[in-house]
Design a protein around this ligand. Structure first.
Ligand code: HEM
Ligand code: HEM
Length: 270
């Protein structure tokens, strides 16, 4: 406890070491401050790691895979797929989930709009990423079969669950919005489905990466060329980033506390 807060305690409280009203409020404010500081430090580290991941994927595509094109060259059109899926289904998805904790001082109504807008952006990036991979199969000189791998099944299922979650979240919590009792009942389901689909997105990314490294390096993977090192590093960073996000979004200590401004919002606080 610092000297400033100590001076706010009455002598009686200090002598008897009792957590009276004043004392308790100060202790609560201090522990909220500590928790916010801890969250912000971990969040900054995690987000830097996520940004590093996207930069590394860009480097891999530009340096080793011929860059980006659209339908003029299906081979390089494919390259949009890993980049946009990681940007949408991993990075923007996780930033959207964490927004309530990161912007804890903002009014709940504003956070809901940012949460929904970031998820919508994640969805748009993913749809363009899927269009890129389907085109790269269908427009190839010798068309490649669609949807035969576990990666493609799991990936498509992830995007379908994500879309349903978006619609149900929008209708339940934003517009038109269900009754407060229903919103309260639905919230734990919303959180479980939202975090589970994120885990599915991580697994999809790792399976996609594995397929790509095996097909691209075509037998030379075991001799461990520099590109294989890059692939493995990307896979490890995806895993570490995902685990950190899951910790930050699940840890009850970091959950946003209601602020007085929330009560003024018309659609309630849940
Ligand atoms: C959450 C992230 C991802 C999702 C939801 C996803 C989804 C999909 C889907 C639905 C397909 C099927 C396309 C078709 O059949 O024409 C596909 C194909 C493919 N994806 Fe991904 N993907 C993701 C991330 C990645 C990543 C990071 C890579 C890494 C390079 C990757 C590599 C591939 C490859 C090589 C194919 C073609 C072979 C196949 O159909 O399995 N994907 N992806
Ligand atoms: C696919 C889209 C979505 C996913 C994956 C998702 C996921 C999540 C997750 C994981 C949380 C827990 C956050 C925390 O504990 O700090 C959450 C909370 C919440 N979400 Fe969503 N969500 C989605 C869409 C939406 C939409 C469209 C709305 C409409 C506004 C919405 C409204 C809320 C609300 C009100 C909370 C409660 C936050 C709190 O009480 O602190 N969600 N969401």
């Amino acid at each position: 406890m610092n000297s400033e807060s100590e001076s706010l305690l009455s002598e009686h409280e200090l002598d008897n070491n009792l957590p009276s009203g004043n004392n308790r409020r100060i202790m609560e404010a201090q522990s909220e401050h500590q928790r916010t500081k801890m969250y912000n430090t971990l969040y900054s580290f995690t987000t830097s790691l996520g940004t590093g991941l996207l930069l590394l994927v860009l480097f891999w595509i530009l340096h080793c895979r011929g860059g980006f094109t659209w339908q003029s060259n299906p081979k390089t059109q494919f390259n949009w797929h890993p980049f946009l899926m990681l940007l949408g289904m991993v990075f923007l998805y996780s930033q959207a989930m964490l927004v309530y904790r990161t912007g804890r001082m903002l009014q709940k109504k504003k956070l809901k709009i940012i949460h929904a807008a970031l998820h919508l952006l994640a969805f748009i990036m993913s749809v363009i990423g899927l269009k890129a991979v389907f085109d790269s199969h269908n427009l190839s000189k010798e068309p490649i079969a669609n949807l035969y791998t576990i990666h493609s099944w799991l990936g498509l299922l992830t995007v379908i669950i994500f879309s349903m979650q978006f619609l149900s979240g929008f209708i339940s919590f934003l517009y038109p919005g269900l009754s407060p009792t229903l919103r309260k009942t639905l919230m734990p389901i919303h959180v479980i489905i939202g975090t589970s689909a994120f885990v599915m997105g991580l697994i999809s990314s790792l399976t996609g990466l594995t397929e790509k490294v095996i097909w691209t390096l075509n037998g030379s993977y075991s001799s461990f060329p520099p590109e294989a090192f890059l692939f493995n590093a990307i896979g490890l960073i995806i895993t570490l980033y995902g685990l950190l996000v899951l910790y930050l979004v699940n840890e009850p200590l970091y959950k946003r506390a209601t602020i007085p401004e929330d009560e003024l919002a018309l659609t309630g606080s849940e």
